[in-house]
Design a protein around this ligand. Structure first.
Ligand code: T4K
Length: 369
């Protein structure tokens, strides 16, 4: 156990025997994709579990983001965060939309509402914030700015499965929220994703977009894509829902142990959870390695790696420093000082339900010693 490699995250895999009856059912029915029975059941189950009005399942979070942009007719420029997984900007570029980077807050690592407005131009049509690590954005401030400038808001909620603020799911905010169900996420369907939307009409539009734009057998109404979730992934999602509360509780215990063990370590800064009362999912556990820690961030990263612990520098490099974006006027260090600083200090530690206590202790010892 002691020498097991520890990854930043691991997929939640319920017992295989429990999955076999679903596979047998799929084999018997011979319906393997295209809005099959398991996909329909999973949609209903997720609506109930998350407490949201409508949900359209996708084959991954990236396609779900592409379809969300298409459904709302987003074009021109979109204000977004450089501190995210590269998919957040790639979907804009892929759709012929210009990403405009705006800086993040030091506490939440989410888009700073105080910086968004200065990035609005006559070509801006939307804001694409990320609930980074599942920590909710300042949704009220962002929605207020959007309303004043007549902009749409699509929340990239890839990390925010089951996160709630004091009034319910954070996924109810904005025009649309997009989830990722990739293997490394709190809730996974191997590969998968979803768009959460407030009304049936938008849900139907998204369903058509993910099926090439087909309305019926011989009518195509939009330039759609193949974004459908297959039945094996949907069936796996249904099984996993049975274990999700237990998994989130386990993550919470791991996060508490890290907090307790690391809070007084010189040079290790723990991020506060700032947006008041809400249900966290602890999808990531990030630390900032400050200048007064004996090693630089990459030194600590290497030290852990040398001991078979695969922490990750989410999100380094910044999206705005990647070659396809670094030439944009909004990509300069002057425009993004906080994101630049955080990208140089951040390290995400292993956190997943099957992380053994001994292995977590080993991670802690290597940081504290
Ligand atoms: N928006 C945001 C904010 C996102 O974070 C993401 C994805 C998206 C949009 C797009 O959603 P998807 O289209 O992916 O649904 C991973 C994931 O591939 C990606 O889904 C995720 N964000 C991103 C933050 O992390 P990598 O390249 O760092 O993953 P990888 O393969 O290195 O895996 C990390 C660790 O997990 C490995 O060290 C081992 C472990 N692992 C991984 C896999 C795939 C396993 O134990 N088993 C596995 O099957 O991107």
């Amino acid at each position: 156990m002691y020498d097991e490699p520890s990854h930043v995250t691991r997929p939640l895999l319920p017992p295989l025997e429990e999955f076999l009856p679903s596979l047998e059912q799929i084999w018997k029915d011979q319906i393997v994709t295209n809005n099959g029975p398991f996909e329909q059941k999973l949609e209903q189950a997720l609506r109930d579990y998350l407490g949201v009005s409508h949900i359209a399942l996708f084959n991954n979070g990236t396609t779900a983001l592409l379809a969300a942009l298409k459904a709302l007719g987003i074009e021109g420029e979109v204000i977004t965060t450089p501190f995210s997984f590269v998919a957040t900007s790639h979907v804009l570029e892929w759709s012929g939309i210009k990403p405009v980077f705006s800086d993040i807050e030091r506490t939440t690592l989410n888009l700073d509402p105080g910086r968004i407005e200065e990035a609005v131009t006559t070509r801006t049509t939307a804001i694409l914030p990320v609930h980074c690590y599942g920590n909710p954005c300042d949704v009220d401030a962002i929605e207020d700015i959007a309303a004043r400038h007549d902009l749409k808001v699509i929340f990239d909620a890839a990390h925010a499965f089951a996160v709630e603020d004091s009034k319910g799911s954070v996924l109810r905010h904005g025009d649309l929220s997009v989830l990722s169900f990739h293997a490394t996420k709190v809730f996974n369907t191997f590969e998968g994703g979803a768009v959460v939307c407030p009304d049936l009409q938008t849900k139907q539009k998204l369903d058509r977009l993910k099926n090439f734009g087909f309305v019926d057998e011989d009518r195509v109404e939009a330039v759609g894509i193949n974004g459908k979730m297959n039945e094996i992934c949907a069936a796996f999602g249904l099984l996993q829902l049975k274990y999700i509360d237990e998994a989130i509780n386990r993550r919470s215990k791991i996060a508490s142990l890290y907090r307790e063990a690391l809070q007084d370590t010189q040079g290790i800064h723990l991020l506060p959870r700032t947006n008041g009362e809400y249900r966290d999912n602890n999808s990531y556990f990030s630390i900032l390695v400050d200048d007064d820690y004996p090693l630089c961030r990459d030194g600590l990263y290497r030290r852990l790696r040398d001991h078979n612990i695969f922490a990750r520098r989410y999100f380094f490099p910044l999206i705005s420093d990647m070659p396809m974006y670094s030439g944009l006027p909004s990509a300069t260090t002057d425009n993004l000082p906080i994101a630049q600083e955080i990208a140089g200090k951040v390290l995400c530690l292993p956190i997943y339900p099957t992380l053994h206590e001994n292995d977590q202790e080993r991670v802690i010892e290597l940081i504290v010693d």
